[in-house]
Design a protein. Structure first.
Ligand code: ZN
Ligand code: ZN
Length: 319
């Protein structure tokens, strides 16, 4: 009975080193080969994969409503949190300036400097063009690839990218960066070479879909909610090791332990908030991918769009 499903008695599928699963009732489809690393890394990977599997199932159950363009409650929450955080950063910087301007003693002036520094570190970032083209080659506007990208953009109603960058990654991406909101399309040459013509159109169509739906703007207006608590968690994490490891004794050891306790609790709190906001944001991100896939299908046809997804799923094994 080794090859029968314990749930529905259907045939089990066995593939390479993966745990066997049932294609009929999806039994054991959420079992994954263990990853390398410590128990924490393995637990995170396991939870991550389970969550991904559940999300995929929920997506199938959503059906048509998954493609609605209405703002989700999650998106509204992220924008509201971002507005509050941005206001908080401005107030923090303002108090810092006030402390420095009115301070006559050193401590308030130093505190003012710390507050301004914190606000600067936590600020939302627009991204830089230099960084977006880093490690790649900018393609000339009269290149064959640029002509193809323009045709796909025109056919799908997506805006043309200002800059097209070729690199050596098994990936493609689109972003809008800098104060002037420059649209950058990055295309990995190995990925393009592995795809046939129609699949290339689908992949480029998908990335242009992100530009058409202005996903960068959606990312920007939710950025404080998705980054501030993560950075705070990072800044409040002390290096590993206790007072004894640091060679501290007596009162100093006690003080260090107290600092560790306070900082550890703060860090855990920030990290939990960060994780919670990302869980809310994940649904929004999935919707953005679905909408980009719809543009891919409009550009290259449903069949090529689906096939290109299969090739992309294999890319991590090829790279
Ligand atoms: Zn079954
Ligand atoms: Zn995408």
């Amino acid at each position: 009975m080794q090859n029968a499903c314990p749930e529905c008695a259907g045939d089990l599928t066995v593939f390479e080193d993966a745990a066997p699963w049932c294609g009929r009732c999806e039994w054991n489809l959420d079992a994954f080969a263990p990853v390398d690393g410590g128990w924490a890394a393995r637990a995170v990977a396991r939870l991550d994969r389970r969550a991904g599997f559940r999300a995929g199932r929920a997506l199938v159950a959503l059906g048509e409503s998954a493609v609605s363009r209405r703002a989700t409650a999650g998106f509204v929450v992220l924008v509201a949190v971002s507005v509050l955080l941005t206001a908080g950063l401005l107030v923090t910087a303002g108090i810092g300036v006030w402390l420095i301007a009115t301070g006559r003693l050193l401590p308030p002036i130093l505190l003012g400097g710390v507050l301004i520094g914190l606000a600067v570190l936590l600020r939302p970032r627009l991204g830089r063009l230099g960084h977006a083209v880093d490690g790649g080659w900018t393609l000339p506007a009269d290149s064959a690839v640029a002509a193809l990208v323009s045709r796909i953009a025109d056919a799908t109603g997506a805006p043309r990218p200002h800059v097209i960058v070729a690199d050596l990654r098994w990936n493609a991406s689109a972003a809008v960066v800098g104060l002037r909101r420059t649209r950058v399309l990055r295309l990995g040459v190995p990925l393009l070479l592995a795809l046939d013509d129609q699949h290339q159109v689908a992949v480029i169509g998908h990335e242009l879909g992100h530009l058409k739906h202005d996903d960068s703007l959606r990312t920007l207006v939710t950025m404080p909610a998705r980054t501030v608590f993560g950075r705070l968690a990072q800044y409040t994490t002390l290096p590993p090791g206790d007072a004894v490891d640091r060679g501290l004794e007596g009162v100093l050891a006690l003080a260090y332990s107290a600092v560790q306790l306070v900082m550890g609790t703060l860090s855990w709190l920030f990290w939990t908030l960060h994780l919670g906001l990302h869980l809310i944001g994940a649904a929004e991100q999935r919707r953005a991918e679905i909408h980009a896939d719809l543009i891919a299908a409009r550009a290259a046809g449903h069949r090529a769009a689906l096939e290109s997804l299969d090739v992309l799923a294999l890319a991590s094994r090829l790279s």
